[in-house]
Design a protein around this ligand. Structure first.
Ligand SMILES: *Cc1c(COP(=O)(O)O)cnc(C)c1O
Length: 353
């Protein structure tokens, strides 16, 4: 591992008011791959622009993937990362799906731990606060021909964050998207690839103009609930937690997986099944859906207060955070902040010099 020191450190922003993903830290991690030599050395270096040919394949064909993970500093000053192996394992699966090279998970994990240790003063302390880690991989070879790419760059940038949806801004309002689709079976919905996001902005812009924060995607036939696109979704129906079963076009959220385990641990019944949108909305109208929340690394657990469908708004759980979502949020925080034992083996402690 190579380390290039910054001559000058940035002024840190106000950690009590952090817009999501705006302030990058002083350092980044980089590692380059070529067809001839495979992966090169991991380098931690000053955060800076890199130069890329206008013909680089990522810019034309979207061969790019990313991850979102978090590092925490608790009130004793201990630093940890949450489920980082799961993120890196999923990134290797995304790489496979996108025809990109996979990497040595342990070496990269060690590199990221080093980066987090170097950036320890950038980690905000407190529930909901974290250093967000963004591992990314892009196709860099300058070539307009549509043939396999001969060079890739893997890199990690970090930014201090608080929760994704601003506290005090009210509950999340979601519009059920019945025109566009995010993903289909056999496509790239299960990969965390850049194109999935590129294709989602139009629907999001339309929903924003109508006063919603996000859209809820349905499957290709507009029949079954899939996910929100930055988070997976869970409903409390007749007292039981229900979440869409993985379908091949839903992203395998790590927070979704952690949430299922934690909710069961808390004594809730959790079912993974196909959720028909018409049946769901009927239950919403009957008052049987008492909670809906999104779960994701950035969103943590975000209660949804309004669901818009076919031009009409439906209020969920009196537009207030419900007991199940809150219990889940606290259970998650307790593990991430090191207040309860890590019985699932999710936490990686980061050594500080
Ligand atoms: C990243 C992501 C999620 C959330 O996954 P986590 O692993 O929980 O952060 C959900 N849906 C999509 C499409 C995503 O890209």
């Amino acid at each position: 591992m190579k380390f290039i020191k910054c001559d000058h450190l940035k002024q840190k922003p106000d950690f009590s008011d952090l817009p999501f993903g705006k302030y990058m830290t002083d350092y980044m991690l980089e590692m380059d791959w070529t067809r001839e030599n495979g992966w090169g050395e991991i380098t931690i270096k000053p955060y800076e622009n890199f130069s890329l040919s206008p013909a680089a394949m990522i810019l034309h064909y979207g061969q790019g993937i990313f991850e979102g993970a978090k590092a925490f500093k608790n009130d004793k000053g201990e630093i940890s990362m949450f489920r980082i192996e799961s993120n890196l394992d999923r990134m290797n699966k995304s790489a496979w799906r996108m025809g990109m090279p996979t990497f040595d998970l342990n070496a990269v994990k060690e590199g990221i731990a080093k980066l987090v240790a170097i950036e320890k003063d950038w980690i905000p302390v407190g529930d909901g606060k974290a250093l967000y880690l963004r591992p990314t991989m892009i196709a860099t070879e300058p070539k307009i021909g549509v043939t396999s790419c001969g060079s890739f760059k893997f890199y990690v940038v970090c930014c201090p964050v608080s929760s994704y949806f601003k506290a005090g801004a009210g509950l999340v309002k979601i519009m059920i998207e019945d025109t566009f689709v995010r993903a289909c079976a056999g496509g790239t919905g299960e990969a965390k690839c850049v194109g999935n996001y590129g294709a989602s902005f139009l629907a999001m812009e339309i929903a924003k103009k109508k006063g919603y924060n996000q859209v809820l995607w349905l499957d290709v036939n507009h029949q079954y609930v899939e996910e929100v696109g930055t988070m997976n979704v869970m409903f409390v129906i007749d007292g039981e937690v229900v979440t869409p079963a993985l379908s091949g076009s839903i992203l395998r959220g790590i927070t979704r997986d952690s949430s299922i385990m934690l909710l069961r641990e808390l004594g809730y019944k959790v079912r993974e099944e196909k959720i028909d949108i018409h049946e769901l909305m009927k239950k919403v109208a009957e008052g049987r859906v008492t909670e809906m929340f999104g779960v994701g690394t950035a969103a943590i657990v975000s209660p949804v207060g309004t669901l818009g469908y076919e031009g009409k708004d439906y209020i969920i759980g009196e537009n207030k955070p419900g007991p199940v979502g809150q219990a889940l949020y606290h259970a998650m925080m307790d593990i991430q902040q090191g207040r309860t034992p890590d019985k699932f083996g999710w936490v990686t402690h980061v050594k500080q010099d």
